[in-house]
Design a protein around this ligand. Structure first.
Ligand code: RI2
Length: 308
């Protein structure tokens, strides 16, 4: 599939989820350089960089996409011919994809320790990282139930309910506005992340910060499940995370309201670190305040060549 095709599918949400868009972008870059049959390094580089720009423009918020793409280009500035460049892109993309899959398994194992028998867990939207934790705890024989928010407007909660039901985990779906009503009966909140800023703020599906606020009020631990490539090196440079706004038609159909009604459709929000109990990553369960260290130590040199 061409980078244009993949970017189009990411834009339309056919390919979605912060980690998945990064993996598919890495794969698309690999396929772009493999499809190039010539031996002109400059030409190939241009083709790959054009593909990168198209992919990066597909969705603006999840830093996973940016980190994944940066990873694919690691070291390629030193390539001396087209074949070497092609091999580097291919190896980097492969390594990124397999590292991201193995991170998910580790997060599942570490996060499962947070779930106890008899717990009532709540999750918001559809996060493969949060689901990996629940799947692992269930596979270990723990028995618990999960409340799943609808997650308007795309209703990714329906996907999560299906994913969990397939594993035989008992699921109760609720509308987003029922979160505070049920919170007093819950033991744990597990969500994913699209981006984690250097101050520990977590950017995730719209509504996440309200879930965190309700959890904080009810003293329910609010846990984020996220691979280290969801941490944003760009925020160390003071850059603010851009919150994607999508088509108003995702919220109301055109003929439902008169044209003078403005519809605002931000699709992510920021949860401040003081409402976050812990972040489960593949390098351990950490406090949100450790975000800066993760960015510097883990993403380190690989990602610290930020230039726009
Ligand atoms: P994983 C999703 O974004 C959700 O916000 C979800 O919580 C986050 O990515 C992380 O998902 P969207 O693509 O990487 O639905 O854990 O807008 O699968």
């Amino acid at each position: 599939m061409s980078a244009e095709d993949v970017a189009g599918r990411i834009r339309s949400m056919e390919i979605r989820g912060a980690a998945e868009i990064a993996r598919r972008a890495a794969q698309a870059l690999m396929e772009e350089v493999e499809a190039y049959e010539g031996d002109d390094l400059q030409d190939l580089r241009q083709r790959a960089e054009d593909a990168r720009d198209v992919l990066l423009a597909s969705r603006p918020t999840a830093i996973s996409l940016w980190n994944g793409v940066q990873y694919v280009f690691k070291g390629t500035a030193g390539a001396s011919n087209a074949e070497e460049y092609r091999r580097m892109v291919r190896d980097n993309a492969d390594r990124f994809i397999s590292r991201s899959r193995s991170a998910l398994r580790t997060i599942g194992r570490l996060g499962a320790n947070r779930i106890r028998d008899g717990d009532k867990v709540l999750t918001h939207c559809n996060s493969k990282a949060a689901i990996a934790v629940m799947a692992e705890a269930w596979a270990q024989g723990k028995r618990f139930e999960v409340f799943v928010t609808e997650s308007r407007p795309w209703r990714q909660g329906v996907l999560t309910a299906n994913d969990l039901a397939k594993l035989d985990i008992p699921v109760t779906m609720i509308v987003d506005s029922a979160v505070r009503y049920v919170m007093k009966d819950l033991d744990l909140v597990l969500v994913g992340a699209d981006t984690i800023a250097s101050n520990g703020a977590v950017i995730n599906k719209i509504g996440t910060s309200q879930v965190a606020l309700a959890a904080h009020e009810a003293r329910v631990p609010f846990t984020v499940c996220a691979e280290t490539f969801k941490f944003s090196p760009r925020t160390i440079y003071g850059e603010l995370v851009r919150i994607e706004e999508r088509d108003p038609a995702e919220v109301v159909k055109e003929d439902e309201v008169p044209p003078q009604v403005r519809v605002f459709n931000p699709v992510f929000d920021a949860t401040p670190p003081e409402y976050i109990d812990s972040i489960v990553t593949e390098i351990g369960v950490i406090p949100p305040y450790a975000a800066y260290q993760v960015i510097v130590k883990e993403l380190g040199q690989e990602f610290m060549f930020y230039e726009e």
